[in-house]
Design a protein around this ligand. Structure first.
Ligand code: SF4
Length: 367
């Protein structure tokens, strides 16, 4: 039978204008990018560059660094120069750091409209400096620092308050002919955040940076971000994402990439499809799937690997996988596309899968 077309794809994305964050296009038909933020003191250049290297290795595409002090601003030139990723300077209060970041060669600057009063008379100068340098500005609205005027008008950080704040700040830059902008309207409640982005998406064509702010510890934050980003991206909304977690930023990148892979917005890398296990299981599926994940982490070929708990149903249930194992009786049946190719002792399962994965990679001309 003819395969039904899957509706979710890049083709269904909201068409936003495209901006460039360094070498990374954001918006338009560009793939959704993953970004994160360093947790080091920006003024500690070595530690910051080290963390950026770790983020790069984890698949991060854009990195943001906080610039709360003059020492941090002073560190920007060398960080911008040596970073493998485009660097966005995150600036809340001090317009002079915006100019410093632009001079330092940062790929973009993020400003927060809640603090715009301090920028007010400087918007024209900032727009000109950014335009001259050819870099975009992110308008980063945050529920926690919403403009007082809007808080009074709406009572709290509602979706409309967030949207109004963002569009108002955009208009300040637009007045100076500057439209090289991306926007975020972050809230810690995914329900409010989703609605804010939906309304914002309908009212402008700026690329959107998705984020749930203060999403929380790893487990809760991962779920909140996956749910919120998933809902929006499935509607075609969102051009770049940052998962905020209270844990090392590399974890944010892993979650971000996994969200995009889950929605097929990015080529799937390693996809472990382990069975949930049941009364028929003859092996500890949980431990085995973790060992297989660890052994294949970073494998250069997209691969779907099944780890199944029993030989009766395993190979059949995992027919769609590139390869897999079904365990029983202290042994593992290694199968490729649902066909059992060999049986190995349980202690050799991981090794056998790895061997088979390398063979598949060679077949595809990659390893
Ligand atoms: Fe149960 Fe076997 Fe299915 Fe795993 S593969 S859920 S052990 S029936």
């Amino acid at each position: 039978a003819k395969e039904e077309e899957v509706p979710l794809s890049v083709a269904n994305r909201r068409m936003s204008r495209q901006i460039m964050v360094g070498s990374v296009p954001v918006g338009g038909k560009a793939p959704v990018s993953v970004q994160s933020m360093t947790t080091t003191l920006t003024s500690d250049v070595d530690a910051t560059l080290q963390q950026i290297a770790e983020l790069t290795a984890a698949g991060c595409q854009i990195v943001r660094v906080a610039v709360p002090s003059a020492d941090d601003a002073a560190a920007l030139p060398i960080i911008a120069k040596k970073s493998q990723l485009p660097v966005i300077a995150d600036i809340h209060f001090q317009p002079k750091y915006v100019f410093a970041a632009i001079d330092a060669g940062c790929a973009a600057v993020r400003v927060n409209p809640g603090n715009i009063k301090k920028f007010d008379d400087k918007v024209g100068d900032i727009a000109k400096a950014a335009a001259d340098a050819g870099i975009p500005i992110r308008i980063g609205v945050n529920a926690g620092s919403l403009d007082k005027r809007l808080l009074e008008k709406y009572g709290k950080a509602t979706p409309d308050a967030l949207v109004e704040s963002a569009l108002w700040e955009c208009s300040l830059f637009e007045e100076h002919g500057f439209g090289d902008i991306k926007i975020s309207v972050k809230h810690n409640d995914p329900v409010v955040m989703i609605e804010a982005y939906r309304r914002l998406a309908a009212r402008c064509d700026y690329p959107l940076h998705l984020g749930v702010t203060e999403a929380g510890p790893q487990f809760q934050g991962t779920i909140k971000s996956a749910v919120a980003f998933g809902a929006l991206l499935a509607e075609g909304i969102g051009d770049t994402i940052r998962v905020s977690l209270s844990c090392p930023p590399v974890e944010e990148v892993k979650v971000g990439n996994q969200i995009l892979e889950s929605l097929a917005l990015r080529e799937r890398g390693l996809d472990i499809v382990s069975c949930p296990s049941c009364g028929r299981a003859q092996v500890d599926v949980h431990t085995l799937s973790e060992r297989v994940s660890a052994a294949l982490e970073g494998f250069p070929v997209p691969l779907r690997v099944a780890v199944m708990g029993c030989v009766v149903n395993g190979p059949g249930e995992a027919r769609e996988a590139d390869l897999g194992v079904a365990s029983g009786n202290g042994k593992g049946q290694i199968f490729v596309k649902g066909e059992v190719i060999k049986t190995v002792p349980e202690s050799e399962i991981v090794e056998a899968l790895l061997e088979e994965a390398v063979r598949i990679a060679e077949e595809r001309g990659i390893a």
